[in-house]
Design a protein around this ligand. Structure first.
Ligand SMILES: C[S@@+](CC[C@H](N)C(=O)[O-])C[C@H]1O[C@@H](n2cnc3c(N)ncnc32)[C@H](O)[C@@H]1O
Length: 267
């Protein structure tokens, strides 16, 4: 647990490192976002130890990771691998029987999530199946333009992808430290600006909607509104995937809960 004093100290430190004031951030959100550093087998035993290490200023990599973790656009390739294992299963098991395939990355941030989905499609779907698209939306123009540039730090992507995957689905960028998502992968992805609270202008239903690590920004009533709207965009038997640490407790919906924060619409 973070004490009120420590909460303010973290916010001040974050402001001095990033220039971003976490005005509406609640304490639980800071706790949630920093929990990857804390606990058994992690870098620090408690939040105070993390804070002390950050202010000691010796570890600039730790400071960078801290800023990343508290930034709302935080994401990376193949985040929460359980969901990509599920996608692989779906692609092998169900996809070949579908007339068309549509996946939606509903808060896509800088593009790592939709490109990870596209890589899985390329890896696991029989190549004869061509009617497949991934829609990637976000409320922020800034992240969408980064996503469409499709260039990522080579050092970072190598942390969550095998050498083979990087070699196969990325090209060298002009800047040696970056890698660019290949054309065949990016051709599957369509980026659009969309606020999840606005009407959804879709004509085709989705197989799987990835609504991950965005629900924590909404009140329960807003979550309910969004979840039910998304449920209506799913194919019968389609799936909704939320972040592993997110919960739909207290949210009324008609989806069936499965493992790993995955929900299914009645077939
Ligand atoms: C932490 S990122 C999640 C990225 C990715 N889904 C993941 O799990 O790694 C949250 C994203 O939600 C977007 N977002 C926040 N509020 C939104 C809204 N009302 N409609 C659409 N996107 C929103 C932010 O711009 C941000 O890019």
């Amino acid at each position: 647990m973070i004490s009120d004093t420590l909460f303010i100290q973290f916010k001040d430190l974050f402001y001095s490192l990033s220039g971003i004031a976490l005005k509406d951030y609640k304490k639980y959100l800071v706790e949630y976002r920093l929990q990857k550093f804390i606990g058994e087998g992690k870098q620090f035993a408690g939040y105070k130890d993390l804070y002390d290490a950050l202010v000691s200023g010796y570890d600039s990599e730790l400071r960078r990771e801290f800023v990343d973790a508290l930034t709302t656009n935080y994401t990376y390739f193949f985040r929460e691998p359980e969901h990509f294992a599920f996608l692989a299963y779906y692609l092998k098991q169900y996809a070949p029987r579908q007339e068309y395939l549509r996946f939606w990355s509903a808060a896509c941030s800088t593009g790592e999530e939709p490109y990870s989905i596209a890589i899985m499609v390329k890896k696991h779907l029989p190549s004869a199946f061509s009617n497949v698209k991934i829609l990637a939306t976000d409320i922020s123009d800034k992240v969408l333009s980064i996503a469409q540039r499709r260039e990522y730090s080579l050092e970072k992507i190598q942390k969550t992808m095998s050498h083979d995957t990087v070699k196969k689905y990325f090209k060298r960028a002009k800047n040696e430290a970056l890698a660019k998502v290949s054309q065949e992968i990016s051709d599957m992805v369509v980026f659009k600006k969309l606020n999840l609270m606005d009407p959804y202008p879709f004509t085709k239903q989705f197989d799987i909607v990835f609504l991950r690590n965005v629900l924590i920004y909404f009140e329960n009533s807003e979550k309910e509104y969004i979840i039910n709207k998304i449920a209506s965009t799913l194919k019968p038997g389609g799936y909704l995937v939320v972040g592993l640490a997110e919960s739909l407790v207290g949210v009324r919906h008609n989806l069936k809960q499965l493992k790993y924060s995955i929900y299914r619409k009645e077939p």
